[in-house]
Structure formats: C-alpha cells, structure tokens
Ligand binder design. Structure first.
Ligand SMILES: Nc1ccn([C@@H]2O[C@H](COP(=O)(O)OP(=O)(O)OP(=O)(O)O)[C@@H](O)[C@H]2O)c(=O)n1
Ligand SMILES: C/C(=C\CO)CCC[C@H](C)CCC[C@H](C)CCCC(C)C
Length: 354
C-alpha cells in the first residue's frame, strides 16, 4: 500500500476516533452523525480518492475541521466549522451519504446470510445421509427389526429436519435452502425407486420389503410433505409444525405401538387398532405441543397457550380419525394425515400466529 493511501486511511480512522471520543454534551448531534457517516464511508472508499482531496488536506496541513490551527483543539467542531472544511463542505464531491454505508452493510449482511444458509444446508444434508446409513447399519447387524427401523427413520427424519430450521438465517431465502434437503432426498428416492441408481442402505432403511419401487410411494410422499410444509409455512406458522408433528410423530408411533399392542382392531378397519389410533392421537398431540413450545421459546411463534392446547387436540383428533379410515390403498397416510392437519390447523390458527 503506497504512502498516500496509508496517510489517507490513518486520517479517516483518526477522524472517526476523535468523533467517537467526543463528550456527548458538547456534540452537535446531527453534525456528529453526519461527520461519522461521511468519514466512515470515505474510509470505505479510500482506495478511490476523490479528485478534489489534495495531498495537503490529507497530510493535515490544511485548516482542520476542528477550527483553529492545523491540529485539533480537542473540542468537537461546530457545524459552522464543517462548512469551512474542504472535507465536509457542501460543494465537496465527497458528498458521501448514509445510503452508501447502508449499501455496504446490506451487502455484508446478505453475504453472511448466504454463507450461513449454505453451511446449514450442508450440515442438515449430512445429517439426513447419516441417519439413513445409521439405521441401515443397525438393521444389517440385526440390532433392530427392519419394520421398526423404517418407522424410526419415519419419526426422526421429519422431526429432526423441522428442529434444524432455526440454524438457517433470517433471510427470505432461508426456507428454500432448507427445502433443498428434502428435494435432494426426493431425487434420490426417484433414482433408486426407478432403479436408475442403487443404494442398498436407503432401500433397506425406508422400504417395507426391500423393493426399490416401494420408495416411490410412502417415502416419496413423506419428503414431498416436508418440502411443502417448509416452503409454505416455515418456522413462523404453527400449521407446518403441527402437520409434520402429526405425520412424523403421530403416524409413526401409531405404527410402532399398533403393531405391537394392537390386538383389538377398529370396527370399521381391521388393519388398524384402537391401541394404534389412541397412540397416534396422544403422541401427535404431545409432539405438536413440544415443537410449538420449541419454536415459541426461540421467539418464532407468539402463541396464546390457553387456546393452543385445545386447538392442537382438535387437530390431533381429526388426523387420527382420518388415519384410521380404510383408505390407505387410495390415499397414503403420508398424504392424508398432513393434509388433514394443515386444513384443521389453518381453520383453528389462521395462517400465521404472531
Ligand atoms: N392406527 C393404527 C395404525 C397402524 N397400526 C399398525 O401398524 C401397521 C402399519 O400401519 P400403517 O400406517 O399402515 O403403516 P405403513 O403404511 O405400513 O407404513 P408407512 O405409513 O410408513 O407407509 C398396521 O398394519 C397396524 O398393524 C395400528 O394398529 N393402528
Ligand atoms: C421411511 C420414511 C417414510 C415412509 O413412511 C422416511 C423417509 C426418509 C427419507 C428417505 C429421508 C428424509 C431426510 C429428511 C429430508 C432430512 C432429515 C435431516 C435430519 C437432520 C436427519
């Protein structure tokens, strides 16, 4: 860096320091703000010196904006003295404005949000891959039954995905970065389901009988619902949170508990049991409340808890009723349960509760 630039940078840094060190009582506040904005912006642009700034101005031999001689008297310049300074005179081409500072700060904020979202996407993508691989290992080594493994992947994938949303930035694009994770998994399921590629771990972890084409039904609908709730509702609406809690938690535990304890079948559906449905209702309710509390505690949702419990109970009852119907062969549970929950939550909560 040449001497000119070093001197120039030192001058502006010195100016900012003096302005910041002034006693508040002695300041003419407006002049201070204007001077700091100009000096800070000038510092930001010191590599492109304005044509009118002569070397003498920068080397301090010109009349100081602090009044008196070429050096500061320690007093903050009054606004009239600014008028005399070549640096701050209204005719100066260095009429830097706070808009330039705001632009500079906006650029820095945008680029840091982009970096945060890119890192968050990579972390969650890695988490998804690790989760499926881990359950494949547990199944391969017979630590857990394949059906239980599938249901645990069903329960954990969506809930952990939803729980990861706060690590994304507050930018408007954050939800789309997050949606890349289910999108990539959707494409994986498509490729493996159509046998365009193979991934034994994925097929074994998410299919009932180990057939690749199974990936095109339940698991595919599941990741599509994750994308839908992410993009449509994100973390500032209770609708997406409750819908995913019912699909991942409620429906998942209905299967786990229903297979094990579901001896007494439903009168209108011999494939489903009272134990499974009761478990769905309670686990869906509890997980929904838990996730709503999580987002409320992080400040994303402001909820009237007196009403929330009753509303979530109604959503859970409705989703459980739909899940118990003998319609699985027409509409998969991974579609009927979240859509029912979305509709009920929308009617009871409205779109956003802030
Ligand atoms: N209310 C329920 C739901 C499920 N089950 C038990 O869990 C099994 C699987 O339930 P289901 O929801 O049909 O799971 P799948 O469709 O096989 O799996 P997925 O939803 O992941 O596609 C059922 O056969 C039944 O034994 C039950 O008893 N009562
Ligand atoms: C077996 C499943 C549904 C059938 O009812 C679940 C399928 C899961 C997908 C193959 C993987 C989905 C991963 C999520 C999009 C992201 C999870 C991230 C989290 C941090 C683990």
């Amino acid at each position: 860096m040449d001497l000119y630039s070093i001197k120039q940078q030192a001058f502006f840094l010195n100016l900012i320091t003096r302005l910041q060190g002034e006693d508040q009582e002695e300041r003419e506040y407006k002049a201070v703000v204007e001077a700091k904005q100009m000096a800070t912006s000038a510092l930001l642009s010191f590599t492109h010196p304005p044509p009118h700034l002569s070397t003498s101005t920068l080397l301090g031999t010109s009349p100081s904006p602090w009044g008196g001689g070429g050096t500061s008297t320690g007093r903050f310049p009054n606004s009239s003295s600014f008028a005399k300074s070549p640096l701050f005179s209204s005719s100066s081409s260095l009429k830097v404005s706070s808009i330039e500072i705001r632009r500079s700060l906006h650029f820095h904020m945008e680029s840091s949000a982009l970096l945060q979202d890119a890192c968050a996407t990579a972390v969650v993508m890695g988490g998804a891959y690790s989760l499926v691989s881990s359950f494949d290992l547990l199944t391969t080594h017979n630590f857990i039954d394949q059906k239980l493994s599938r249901k645990l992947v069903h329960v954990l994938s969506g809930l952990l995905f939803m729980a990861s949303w706060p690590i994304f930035s507050t930018s408007l694009e954050a939800r789309y970065f997050a949606a890349l994770v289910p999108l990539v998994n959707c494409l994986r399921l498509l490729a493996y389901g159509l046998s365009l590629a193979t991934d034994e771990a994925m097929v074994k972890s998410v299919s009932r009988e180990g057939k690749p084409e199974e990936l095109l039904r339940g698991p595919m609908y599941y990741v599509v619902m994750l994308m839908l709730c992410d993009v449509m509702f994100w973390r500032n609406s209770p609708i997406g949170v409750i819908s995913l809690a019912m699909m991942c938690g409620g429906d998942g535990f209905a299967d786990i508990m229903g297979r094990r304890y579901g001896k007494v079948k439903l009168p209108y559906n011999q494939d489903k049991s009272w134990a499974g449905s009761i478990c769905m209702c309670f686990s869906g309710f509890a997980i929904s409340i838990g996730m709503l509390y999580y987002y409320s505690a992080l400040g994303y949702l402001q909820l009237d808890w007196g009403l929330v419990v009753a509303k979530v109970a109604l959503v859970s009852l409705a989703a459980t009723l739909v899940e118990s119907l003998p319609i699985t062969k027409v509409v998969d549970d991974n579609v009927s349960v979240p859509l029912t929950s979305m509709l009920m939550a929308f009617l009871l909560f409205g779109y956003r509760t802030l």
